[in-house]
Design a protein around this ligand. Sequence first.
Ligand code: ATP
Ligand code: ZN
Ligand code: MG
Length: 535
Amino acid sequence: MIKFRGIAEYVMSSPLPAALKENIPHIIDKLNSDILRKGAKNPQDAAKIVAYKIKDNILEFTIESGAVVRLHHATLRIKNFLAPLLGKDYRIGIRTIKIRNPEILIDQKLRFSTSLPLIREIIVTDNSTIIKLNDLDESIIKRPIIDRLLKLIETKEKKAKWGGKVEHWRLIKRSKEKEPKFFEDPNEIIEKIGWIKRFAPGQWLYTPPITHLIRRFEQLFINIVLKPLGFVEVIFPKIVPLRIGVKTGHLKGTPHQMMFASQPLSYNIEDFDEWIDLVSVTEEAPPEELKRFLKDPSYFLCFAQCEPFYWFFEGEIIDREKLPMRWYDKSGPSFRWESGGLRGLERLVEFHRIEITWIGEPDQVIEIRNQLLERYEYFMDKVLDLEWRWAWVTPFYLVHAGEIEEEEAEIDINRPGTIDFEAWLPYKGPKEDHHTWLEIGNISIHGAKYAEPFRIKHQLRDKIIWTGCSGFGVERWFIAFLAQKGFDPDNWPKIVRERITRPPLSVQLVTYPHTKEGKEILDEIEKLLDKLPVE
Ligand code: ATP
Ligand code: ZN
Ligand code: MG
């Protein structure tokens, strides 16, 4: 719960006359019983003047308030109430207003950056947080910065209640049980046989045979799921200016997982003389030295992949008959810092994804999500024959106060939210163990989450715009398929066997693959792949 306390100071054009001084208690009664109560159902959400003081031409009210009629709202309401009254009855004007010693009182322990604008001091105990703000003048009182600060406080409160979990997981559908054909770890195998070579942590070079398989796999998805639903391809940019990440919310939600990029300090090669000398002599590139020749980071590397979609429609008004629009992008990689969690092709720093985006009226966005779900199910169940399950995951940003503890009996999926697609990885252990499942993709209805900050408008004033997106993580789908079906095409479902052609020969050098075991497994796999049709 949030409360506020502070002193609202009104500086008048002349000292308060005796008649007005006498009248102040009545004015306070009126304010407390009516003006400062409006909009708050519960009196404790309203504001209240608890003391006052008059000094020459200054009138001071000590205000305590709840979360609805907040201290700064109350200060403005009082001004709006007093101004005409004082003008008419006493010929006095209000020169300036100010809030002195404003404080926000929270009944739990929260952590804040003391470098936030407006904050003077923060006092934290085990079960309370007091945020003391700098004195606020009228221009700040009227700006949305206080409300944003309060929003931040609310978000922190909710996060604390949410128990640090990022999402809330509920099973909504699962496939029949399927007989796994394979129990080994395909990540290890493809590394051993040299199909992939580690370039840097979480980054791989994909050699011709695996590139071929992955590309055919993508094509299968595009032809079976996206094309029949009318999705068309676009090319989205892959480094994103910071401003856009502020609007999408990623820069406040996931800054710890994002990779950033900087421009060089100058376009003149002479300005790099010192650096060039250093690299020439030492044959090293020390990052802390390089930093001196770079501007501060101003981009992040493609993170959600759909950021440019919302940006494209920013400030635009869309004709009714142009809606809905269905696009997909597979033009480049996404980047994510996964720290210690990296694993084979399952958890990468640089990964590939087909990002599917759509925009329309709310019922169109829901309808398209449902059509996609149906095609996704066909693809994972009939085409790839995977053992899969779907979960309704409520991401933290959609959690509303109070909704957290009470679990709804029925989940209504036709509303903003996310469904995760998961596949069982037999090599990790029994399917009853939650950790043996891998998220391979997801699909979301965002509601107006992006349409609002990007001011995307419908041609008709009474209609609103919604968006949706879905991420098909190419490496994850591919590794899930190999994990359940293995490398022998005889164990692959019919459509896959027919449509995926014989890959080019694997790279074999005197020294590559690096182990004898790797070379032997590779020979076996090369033979198995001969079962595939030649292109
Ligand atoms: P996880 O919970 O496994 O970290 P996520 O919730 O972070 O996944 P999203 O942000 O929803 O994943 O990304 C959408 C899709 O992008 C995922 O379903 C997955 O297919 C893919 N993806 C995300 N992170 C990675 C990664 N580090 N390596 C490979 N693919 C990834
Ligand atoms: Zn997206
Ligand atoms: Mg993740």
